[in-house]
Design a binder for this molecule. Structure first.
Ligand code: XIL
Length: 524
């Protein structure tokens, strides 16, 4: 008896020492960053009341509930809660794919200063990235109180406070490999209450999954002289400084996630002229380097400039403006050359002489028209003395393709290029391994059988790739590998190319290490 008690105490002590057990939630819902929260034991006659105050901009969600465990099923989702507002407004509950579009939901106009009972339900086929959001966009500066909140799926209450156990005794992945191992950080992972936060220790480089993209930091709405918005980007930079981690900057020039107005002006079809475009690009690059100087060690200067057909990307407004200006042949990439020149100039002028400049692209993991055009682009940049240090191969690949061999050859052909006597270096900058095949573009869920055969292939592939990367590192060709996300439940592949449930990363939907993680540390 006594022995048992001691053993229990010892076991408890060991678990407490190696694992962080924490609940992420209030009544099983997550509180996103951008909201300040406080729980009142009692408030206006009710107990366990959550007070939320929006700390951010329009469109904030005050509470979220992850529906991905129900992915692939058609279910009735119900919500019931009591809400008190400090000033009149509307409470919205909606089921979204990440943040858009709204799939189902309801809206209630509420008077201030009294309890309201808000209820709703909707039957839908749940997809991988679905989240139930509670928000109150119509009273963005008001304070709201929530009590007795329950979410049901087919009548059963599902928002039970979960305890998530994260084993902090696992070796940090980056300590097992000689090259740097980084991760794309979703903004909410920087909140201590978010379980992804405890997994960031596996990585020694961080890149913002979104918050350094042009549309996240440029003025909103965009004007040539508007104010930049740094709050979220600053948070990542401070996180890194406090945790002995380096930052990779993503991204200065990209046709996506850039305000539409940035491309509008007095040129053909309402587009900016090449001069307008260049002035804006230079200004943006200057502002970013004046802000971060040498604190961000590597920058993606341009991303995805080549089209899949092996020509300048046709659906990019950068390309269209080059065409408007009468550029032909390789000169249609002149904006890429300029971007590198400005990046070097303003990095150097702001204490960032050591900052390395990268060109990043997807779909160059295998040989073909796109890789050929990409290699021609490197020749053009080098011939024109663009200050490029290396190439980021994104690495959004699949469990069955491309082959490790293909990727190895692609790294070889890129790093064979020399500028100023130095070979270009490669980073694999957005690695994830989808469990869907290339020709399964409209498939939404995997059967148990598919999952059970594909997961082991993914596991083996992660290790084969890392072994190959180590070889390339030893040959001086590769300096880092970044995984595009922390845990499966939060991967962008749950909503790209369609909403579905994918499993591309190293940690699962409960934030536990997957076999792929174990395989990457095995024997090392
Ligand atoms: C993705 C993010 O992961 C998503 O959260 C966002 O909604 C869209 O962008 N190539 C890139 C990345 O260079 O910036 C993209 O990131 C994924 C594809």
């Amino acid at each position: 008896m006594k022995f048992k008690q001691i053993r229990k105490a010892v076991v408890f002590f060991i678990i407490a020492a190696i694992a962080v057990i924490f609940s992420v939630s209030w009544r099983g819902l997550a509180i996103p960053s951008g909201t300040t929260d406080r729980v009142h034991e009692s408030f206006r006659g009710k107990s366990n009341v959550l007070q939320v105050s929006p700390a951010g901009s329009y469109g904030w969600a005050v509470l979220t509930f992850d529906l991905s465990p129900y992915a692939g099923r058609r279910v009735e989702v119900g919500i019931s809660m009591d809400v008190w507002l400090d000033s009149p407004g509307a409470v919205v509950w909606q089921i979204n794919n990440s943040s858009w579009p709204v799939i189902a939901g309801g809206f209630s106009d509420l008077a201030a200063g009294q309890w309201h009972s808000v209820r709703g339900s909707s039957t839908l086929a749940v997809q991988g990235g679905n989240v139930l959001f509670l928000s109150a966009p119509q009273f963005k500066n008001a304070v709201a109180y929530f009590a007795d909140l329950s979410i049901t799926v087919n009548g059963e209450v599902v928002n039970i406070e979960r305890e998530i156990v994260i084993d902090t005794s696992l070796p940090a992945l980056h300590t097992k490999w000689p090259f740097k191992v980084g991760v794309a950080v979703p903004n909410d992972a920087l909140s201590q209450a978010n379980p992804q936060n405890r997994l960031l220790r596996h990585f020694n480089v961080v890149v913002a999954e979104n918050v350094m993209k042009p549309n996240e930091i440029m003025p909103n709405p965009w004007t040539p002289t508007g104010a930049y918005r740094w709050t979220n980007a600053d948070r990542l930079v401070s996180y890194a400084a406090a945790n002995n981690t380096q930052v990779r900057g993503h991204v200065l020039v990209w046709h996506e996630q850039t305000p539409e107005d940035f491309f509008k002006g007095s040129g053909t079809g309402g587009r900016a002229t090449i001069d307008e475009l260049y002035a804006r690009m230079e200004n943006h690059i200057k502002i970013v380097f004046e802000k971060y100087g040498g604190r961000i060690s590597w920058w993606d200067v341009c991303n995805e400039v080549v089209g899949d057909n092996g020509a300048p990307r046709a659906n990019s407004l950068f390309t269209q403006i080059m065409n408007d200006a009468g550029k032909r042949g390789m000169d249609r990439y002149e904006y890429v050359l300029k971007a590198f020149q400005w990046a070097r100039q303003y990095a150097d002028a702001n204490g960032g002489r050591a900052v390395k400049l990268y060109l990043t692209e997807y779909g160059i993991e295998t040989s073909g028209a796109k890789l050929n055009e990409f290699l021609r682009l490197l020749d053009y940049l080098i011939a024109n003395n663009a200050p490029i240090d290396g190439v980021g191969i994104q690495g959004h690949i699949r469990f069955d393709s491309p082959s490790v061999r293909d990727l190895s050859r692609s790294i070889d052909s890129i790093t064979a290029k020399q500028r100023g006597g130095n070979n270009l270096v490669v980073q694999v900058c957005e690695l994830d391994i989808s469990l869907f095949r290339g020709n399964e573009g409209s498939k939404r869920t995997l059967t148990d059988r598919e999952l059970n055969t594909r997961l082991p292939l993914q596991t083996a592939r992660y290790r084969e790739l890392f072994d190959m990367f180590e070889q390339k590192y030893n040959e001086g060709k590769l300096e880092m590998v970044l995984i595009w996300g922390v845990a499966d439940g939060h991967s962008w592949l749950n909503y790209f190319p369609i909403q579905r449930t994918d499993y591309p990363l190293l940690f699962d939907r409960s934030y536990s290490p997957k076999p792929a993680y174990n395989e990457l540390i095995r024997g090392r």
